[in-house]
Design a binder for this molecule. Structure first.
Ligand code: DI6
Ligand code: FE
Length: 415
């Protein structure tokens, strides 16, 4: 006996090899113990739905997609950087602001000063904006503490957020994000500290699911990044990398050499980097919100990713500086309009490929028998509508582990 069976609408399962969108029209979806126990055309059900499940739910003419996954965020932080936004409008560049002690380092100050409850409260509001748009899983990085205590504080808050909001949270330790003031002029000593103290402490406390670094001229060199990655391997933690965002330091290839789950940003990645990523199975995570905010003109090499078969994920990069974004639907639109991805590629980028960027592909990212019953029900006539609109939210309901969520969007119901 199933717990629930959903009937009456269509499903974009996002399964590979199941046709466009993995679409099943006039479908049925059965859930048992938080997992998908039956999925297919309603006509193939072995009997009437009432006889198969304790509860029958209708989703007339709507579409179900896998729950959306935001696989790259810096959601937990103190303060905001609206002033920096104004400075950029007055002509300062992101790099100039960073070099002048603004940028990431100014958020570090605010995050160190904030207590846990304040951080939790501000991040919960940003997370609520994302869950209202169908996010069921999210990655959250540290990297605005840089000292031991604040890095752990950020990661603890990230974990609590997930429990509080009914979202699967994957935490990533990003100690090598920026050089803290107390290590001015001593970047190698800071990397020593990360490898000897903060990273092992985060691992020991069970607070890190992965390790990331910012490999860039304004952050850490490839050699410093590799030291962090070797330490991560010793601690049995997978890695990912902020790579080739502002210049080509060979970050994508470096990430691939270390078997990274993902390499992220990638505006300046060349063909050698792309080939290295395919060989390593590293996902390309593209961040259109940062591209837009920084008014970048160098596009990530989408055609090369396609040609070589690198899976592409899309994420908000939600952070107070380069991407103050809390709308995953807007990212879908930007992925299409700015990066010329198709709406189907964009949706795969926040479902199937985002799951893979987090190492969650065994359980999440597509709707198939045995996968987590994490899904969204949308008031749309065709799935391309998810990427098409700007600033409109057609989410009707969000279901996580089989449980229907509170986040019913009554506005959308009237449309
Ligand atoms: N790249 C990013 O997009 C964020 N961090 C990073 O390494 C930006 C962080 C910030 O500006 O606060
Ligand atoms: Fe980032």
């Amino acid at each position: 006996m199933l717990d629930v069976i959903w009937v009456g609408g269509n499903i974009a399962s996002m399964e590979v090899g199941a046709g466009p969108w993995g679409a099943i029209r006039d479908a049925a979806l059965g859930v048992k113990d938080g997992r998908v126990a039956w999925i297919g055309p309603r006509a193939d059900l072995p009997g009437p739905p009432e006889g198969m499940a304790r509860k029958v739910c209708d989703f007339p003419g709507q579409w179900i997609t896998p729950g959306l996954i935001d696989c790259h965020t810096h959601l937990v932080h103190g303060g905001n950087r609206a002033r920096e936004f104004e400075m950029r409008l007055e002509g300062a560049s992101y790099e100039e602001i960073a070099r002048a002690g603004g940028g990431i380092v100014s958020t570090v100050k605010a995050t160190r000063a904030a207590d846990e409850a304040t951080l939790l409260d501000s991040a919960a509001k940003r997370l609520a904006a994302l869950t209202r748009e169908g996010i069921t899983a999210i990655e959250i990085k540290s990297g605005y503490g840089l000292d031991l205590e604040t890095e752990l504080k950020q990661l603890r808050v990230a974990r609590r957020l997930g429990e509080q909001a009914g979202v699967t949270v994957r935490t990533t330790f990003l100690g090598a994000h920026a050089l803290p003031a107390e290590f001015e002029g001593r970047a190698d000593d800071y990397i020593d500290f990360v490898c000897a103290e903060s990273l092992p402490a985060a691992a020991e406390a069970g607070l890190a699911d992965a390790v990331d670094a910012f490999c860039e001229s304004i952050a850490f060199s490839p050699a410093q990044t590799e030291r962090v990655f070797r330490r991560a391997a010793e601690l049995d933690l997978p890695v990912k990398l902020h790579a080739d965002q502002l210049s080509d330091l060979g970050g994508a290839a470096l990430a691939a050499r270390h078997g990274a789950l993902s390499a992220d940003h990638l505006e300046y990645t060349g063909e050698a980097g792309v080939k290295a990523m395919v060989a390593a199975g590293t996902v390309a995570v593209l961040l259109p919100g940062a591209f837009y905010t920084l008014r970048e003109v160098q596009l990530p090499p989408i055609d090369l990713f396609r040609r070589h078969g690198v899976p592409i994920a899309i994420a908000t990069d939600s952070n107070p500086g380069s991407s103050p974004a809390t709308s995953i639907l807007l990212m879908l639109n930007m992925a299409c309009t700015l990066f010329r991805m198709t709406p189907e590629e964009a949706l795969a980028g926040v479902t199937r490929n985002a799951a893979r960027a987090l190492g969650m592909q065994a359980t999440n990212g597509v709707l198939a028998r045995g996968k987590a019953a994490d899904f969204c029900i949308w008031n749309i006539a065709e799935p391309a509508e998810l990427a098409y609109r700007i600033g409109f939210n057609p989410l009707d309901r969000r279901v996580r582990a089989g449980d229907e969520d509170l986040a019913v969007n009554s506005e959308a119901r009237r449309v």
